[in-house]
Design a protein around this ligand. Structure first.
Ligand code: HEC
Length: 148
């Protein structure tokens, strides 16, 4: 039987991405109310339709490792909860879409760009981000934040 502990390699350094983001955010005020931040495009936007289609694609392609609740993972790291939040808080939405494109590890980029974006939307939704009107794409702006 495989031990269930999360192996150390899952803790990847995020420093390169964080450096660029901090520079970009340097001029922004932190006191803006949450709804203003969302309206200004700070949070990534994705649609309910993406969440539904992303869940179906995730269950078919990803749940075998990451779990169908995103925390009952077996081989990959959890994609919701504290570990995921630590990794992705403050990250660009486009970086998450790009990361999802590297999955599954045995067949990166094997699904359509649309399906990858939908799965990223599903992951954000499970992590408590609100759906909006603009679909998420690989070119989307927006910064992931779990502090709602
Ligand atoms: C064979 C098992 C496996 C499958 C299937 C798989 N993954 Fe992964 N996934 C991993 C492993 C192992 C990692 C950690 C190493 C890495 O980041 O590349 C990971 C990392 C990730 C991460 C980054 C997590 C973080 O906090 O940095 C995301 C997001 C992700 N996978 C999404 C997906 C999606 C979406 C799919 C379906 C298309 C998928 N994975 C399919 C094993 C898997």
């Amino acid at each position: 039987m495989r031990a269930k502990a999360t192996p150390a390699p899952f803790r990847r350094p995020m420093s390169s991405r964080c450096a660029g983001r901090d520079e970009a955010a340097a001029g922004e005020t932190e006191e803006a109310p949450a709804e203003d931040a969302a309206a200004a495009g700070d949070l990534p936007s994705f649609t309910e339709a993406q969440v539904a289609s992303g869940k179906a694609a995730f269950d078919a392609n990803c749940a075998v490792c990451h779990g169908d609740t995103l925390t009952n993972n077996t081989y990959g790291p959890p994609l919701a909860g504290e570990f995921f939040h630590e990794n992705w808080e403050g990250a660009a939405a486009a970086d998450l879409v790009a990361k999802v494109h590297t999955m599954p590890p045995s067949a990166p980029d094997s699904l359509s760009a649309e399906v990858y974006a939908d799965m990223a939307a599903y992951i954000l939704s499970v992590n408590g981000l609100p759906a909006g009107t603009e679909p998420l794409t690989a070119e989307s702006g927006g910064t992931i934040s779990f502090a709602q």
